[in-house]
Design a protein around this ligand. Structure first.
Ligand code: AMP
Ligand code: MG
Length: 427
């Protein structure tokens, strides 16, 4: 018989690895449905389907430079034998947006501006600076002293994108590049994934609202506002449920209500083994599947996830530092999976630890850090005091440094892994 069999459930938890916890979470959520929005509102949203180019790009043969459109064969040969400069007759001047009215034949050239359609017959553009007529828009002839390879400064039809090419895939977040493509192809209405509604419920009898004056024994509800912002950055729509005191009936009612109204519910606080830890109580009589109730990690080892009626609850620690880490590790991947992101998990990169790290745990530690490039590699510097209850060190953090369970501390310069916090990025 195991020695802890008589203890309450909250003391008998089995830890899963952070990777396993993440996988269980991502598997537990379903991709959300599509909705159509105008292009200006698509920024930051996830594409609901692959997008293919409806036509070639560029859609016509155009000049990539201000210059003269010529036939390469009319130019001097490129042998360094001092062959005579070409003197070509200028047919017309073609600005961007105008269709050339005349072809370019032997011994002829047309002045063309960047983005202008190339006249028939021309196959090459010689930039203005390489001619004697750069500053003479009305010149009748143009002299060109040097050879220019055929095709230089000409963008052919479809040279960038062919009709039918896939230009972006389902789940891709719409950033600058995607917006440019959608606009270029006239896709003014975009099919995007509906934003997941992510509920935020704070537990704790000590919590005040932000506008309330401090009172003895009380603190303000910090986590809710931090989470609301992070949810938005991750592509979700926060739904704020305020706070409930540490009374399990009230917490339970608020949790099931939140789950029924949202796609995902985040709670903070009350998830540990304390006397008034209401989440532990609610989960002990859970109406559904508990995915895990302990993760082998610091901070935030009591983090819990459970599914009821197809809806996911992620119960984060109340400690702001742990809540921040838990959001990135578990909630952001859940949101990205709902947004059909192909790789919803946090990426990890090798980096070097910028200072010695001596605090060693039996569990891997996710340390709030700041990264920089130096001496050809990425370095991560712990943001300062890393205790899970502290929030000052959340500010300025751009990565989590992962310190594995070690026998000894890390020396400065040791190789570790870092997880860049990519919210707001365009991956
Ligand atoms: P708990 O996870 O409920 O045991 O709370 C751990 C610590 O985090 C305690 O010091 C709480 O007062 C604090 N805490 C809990 N919830 C919040 C919150 N929403 N905002 C700021 N601090 C909190
Ligand atoms: Mg609490």
């Amino acid at each position: 018989m195991s020695g802890d069999a008589g203890l309450p459930a909250r003391f008998r938890r089995r830890a899963v690895t952070p990777d396993e916890a993440c996988l269980r979470i991502v598997k537990a959520v379903l991709p959300l449905e599509a909705e159509t929005v105008p292009l200006p509102e698509a920024w930051g949203r996830a594409l609901a389907s692959d997008v293919t180019a409806p036509h070639a790009y560029p859609p016509f043969r155009r000049s990539a430079m201000d210059g003269y459109a010529v036939r390469a064969e009319d130019l001097p040969s490129d042998r360094a034998d001092g062959s005579a400069p070409a003197v070509l007759r200028v047919m017309e001047s073609v600005p961007a947006g105008k269709v050339p009215s005349r072809p370019v034949g032997p011994g002829q050239a047309s002045r063309v501006m960047t983005g202008a359609m190339l006249p028939e017959g021309a196959d090459t553009v010689v930039m203005l600076e390489m001619t004697d007529a750069g500053d003479r828009p009305d010149a009748d002839t143009v002299r060109i002293g040097k050879a220019v390879p055929r095709g230089r400064n000409v963008s052919d039809i479809g040279s960038e994108i062919k009709a039918g090419d896939r230009i972006a895939e389902e789940g891709r977040r719409i950033g600058p590049g995607e917006t440019a493509l959608l606009a270029a192809f006239g896709l003014s209405r975009v099919s995007v994934v509906r934003r997941p509604r992510v509920g935020v419920l704070s537990t704790g009898s000590e919590l005040l609202e932000v506008h309330e004056p401090l009172a003895p024994g009380k603190i303000r509800n910090t986590n809710a506002w931090m989470l609301a912002g992070m949810i938005r950055d991750a592509g979700g729509e926060p739904v704020l449920y305020g706070r409930v005191p540490d009374e399990s009936r009230r917490a339970q009612a608020a949790i099931y209500r939140g789950l029924s109204e949202c796609d995902l519910l985040l709670t903070t606080g009350g998830v540990s083994v304390g006397d008034h830890d209401v989440l532990a109580e609610v989960v002990s009589s859970w109406r559904g599947e508990v995915l895990f109730d302990k993760v082998a990690m610091r901070p935030g080892s009591p983090t819990t996830a459970a599914v009821s009626d197809g809806k996911l609850l992620i119960a984060l620690s109340g400690n702001p530092g742990a809540c921040f880490v838990g959001f990135h590790l578990f909630a952001a991947p859940a949101i990205r999976a709902m947004l059909r992101c192909a790789q919803p998990l946090m990426p990890k990169y090798p980096a070097r630890c910028a200072e010695a790290w001596l605090k060693i745990n039996a569990y891997p530690r996710y340390i709030r850090s700041r990264t920089e490039f130096r001496e050809g590699s990425l370095w991560a510097r712990p943001a300062g005091n890393d205790q899970s209850g502290l929030m000052a060190t959340i500010a300025g953090t751009d990565a989590l440094m992962v310190v594995p369970p070690l026998k000894e501390g890390l020396e400065a310069g040791a190789w570790v892994q870092v997880m860049p916090l990519r919210e707001g990025g365009w991956l």
